[in-house]
Design a protein around this ligand. Structure first.
Ligand SMILES: NC(=O)c1ccc[n+]([C@@H]2O[C@H](COP(=O)([O-])OP(=O)(O)OC[C@H]3O[C@@H](n4cnc5c(N)ncnc54)[C@H](O)[C@@H]3O)[C@@H](O)[C@H]2O)c1
Length: 508
């Protein structure tokens, strides 16, 4: 091992001073590390240093930093006018334009300038670390060091070992990441690394739900925000990121996994991208934007509960208990019969099953039957699903009833596993597959996703909360309904669910 990232006078280099490079320089300098920075565009380089000075100045104004610390951080930054300036840097982080040919040339030039024992890391978000390393003379000292945008606000950094990376390289990047006041997470090279893989479960799965006309985008956003606790709905998020960024990234991960169905994007995303409805930046995405502000779609009127009797199926005992309590609290007249009365509203609480399937299997009158997703909890925004035979008066009755206590409810069309069950299980399944492939340790998968995506919890914790057995049922139900291997459960999940183990349990 040639590099000691913990030594006080460590000198690093950053190549590329765009959006990411400047953030990396800022957190390194603020963390006490000496940094040399280079950009092929000298104006961009000067602009980056001014930007950092400005950002740290604002931190001082807000009382988050002392003026002395600001000055000291700026004193640790040195602009260099060629990569020869990286000559005595012990670690160089490449954060230049996302293009394999450009990066290969940059790596060759950095390699020709630094000492034999120096580490060279890439901040690429979509290229394989191993592919970049394969173009280098010493691939064993190349690793990924993947920061998130905006760097000073996003604490996660993924430390990625390529196939030939020697373990000490990642160890030193873990130390450097911590010195830069980040939360480093270690993983093996994989398409989309860790966080960007998991993100597909949210965006892409919900896009499939919309494509199938299960619900309108704003309703799906609301269900996932208010029902499952995500900070932003997937469509709001896609609008913010831009479909020209989200869709190609999704397609790339899918292709890099040799057309793995779990990551298959929706063709609707492709069409919308080609039509130029990209999101905020074009003034129109899923939502419309006026002067940069989202125009909220008009709220739909909520009907009043018509007072008819409500019969709750006992097929799912937990669902029966939870929903019976809620409908009683909402002021429903309960139908306690063994079978529903002639005009009663019929509510079922399927797990991983369509309302249609539940109605047929239980011999219920489908015209009066709706499903309620109880699994994510009925104390937050509720999801009600119709089936193709449901009559409008029964839909309105259910919607009025489950809105009566102001928790809120939205009606969607039938699909196996409603919205939250389906999206959370898909995210969990991807997290489990990442664990199965040994890309990262279970705890690190959750840590990275919470820090990198701001989800209310990590994929394995979603699974623990719903119950691994339930997640397995949901995925098996989706798989049976669609016949699509997209939904095949990861062996990591299936084995642990069958054995009654936690999804965090590792194998000897
Ligand atoms: N923007 C993000 O959200 C984000 C997040 C994580 C990772 N990344 C990755 O970080 C890297 C940089 O992305 P960015 O958003 O900062 O891009 P950017 O376009 O803002 O900046 C790239 C910089 O690289 C410079 N550059 C190009 N060729 C160069 C060369 N030969 N030598 C030195 N500098 C050169 C450009 O002049 C530019 O200043 C990419 O690999 C990207 O995938 C980006």
């Amino acid at each position: 091992m040639a590099v000691d990232a913990s030594k006080e006078d460590l000198l690093i280099g950053v190549c590329g001073a765009g959006a990411m490079g400047r953030g990396i320089v800022q957190v390194a300098a603020a963390g006490g590390v000496n940094v040399r920075v280079f950009d092929i565009d000298q104006d961009q380089l000067q602009d980056a240093v001014n930007f950092i000075d400005n950002m740290l100045g604002r931190a001082v104004e807000k009382g988050r930093m002392e003026e002395d610390a600001h000055k000291a951080a700026m004193g640790r930054i040195e602009m260099v006018d060629s990569m020869a300036g990286f000559g005595d840097c012990e670690i160089v982080i490449e954060a230049a334009t996302e293009n394999l040919e450009i990066k290969k040339k940059i790596f060759a030039e950095i390699e020709s300038n630094v000492a034999d024992g120096a580490i060279i890391a890439t901040n690429t978000s979509s290229l394989s670390v191993t592919t970049i390393a394969s173009a280098c003379e010493k691939p064993e000292r190349i690793a990924g060091f993947h920061f998130f945008n905006p760097v000073p606000l996003m604490r996660l950094v993924e430390v990625i070992d390529g196939v030939l990376t020697e373990p000490w390289v990642g160890d030193q990047l873990m130390t450097l990441g911590a010195r830069m006041t980040r939360e480093p997470v270690r993983l093996k090279d994989a398409p989309g690394f860790l966080v960007n893989q998991v993100g597909r479960g949210y965006n892409v799965e919900t896009q499939h739900l919309q494509a199938e006309c299960v619900g309108e985008f704003a309703d799906l956003d609301r269900i996932l925000r208010e029902g499952a606790g995500f900070r932003m709905g997937p469509f709001e998020l896609m609008d913010l990121t831009g479909l020209d960024v989200t869709h190609p990234a999704s397609e790339l991960i899918y292709r890099q996994f040799f057309d793995e169905p779990r990551y298959r994007p929706s063709s609707v995303m492709q069409s919308r991208m080609e039509a130029g409805i990209l999101g905020r930046k074009t003034g129109r995405g899923y939502y419309r934007y006026e002067e940069g502000k989202k125009v909220e779609p008009e709220a739909k009127p909520v009907p009043d509960y018509d007072g008819r009797a409500v019969w709750v199926s006992k097929a799912e005992p937990d669902g029966h208990a939870a929903l019976s309590e809620v409908v009683a609290n909402c002021g429903a007249q309960i139908d306690n019969g063994d079978a529903p009365g002639a005009d009663s509203l019929i509510l079922v609480t399927p797990v991983g099953q369509e309302v249609t399937q539940a109605a047929v299997e239980q011999g219920l009158d489908a015209t009066r039957t709706l499903g309620v997703d109880y699994l994510v909890g009925l104390g937050s925004h509720r999801t009600i699903a119709t089936n193709p035979a449901t009559k409008a008066e029964y839909r309105d009755s259910a919607l009025g009833l489950l809105n009566a206590d102001d928790v809120g409810a939205t009606v969607v069309r039938d699909c196996p596993a409603f919205v939250c069950q389906r999206v959370l299980s898909t995210i969990c399944n991807i997290g489990c597959q990442i664990a199965q492939l040994g890309t990262a340790e279970p705890e690190d998968i959750d840590k990275a996703v919470v820090l990198g995506l701001n989800y209310p919890s990590g994929p394995l914790t979603f699974g623990e909360t719903l119950g691994p057995k339930n997640v397995l049922r949901i995925l098996e139900g989706l798989y049976a309904s669609y016949g699509d291997p997209r939904y095949r459960p990861s062996p990591w999940l299936r084995r642990r669910a069958m054995l009654g183990l936690s999804l965090f349990d590792t194998e000897i």
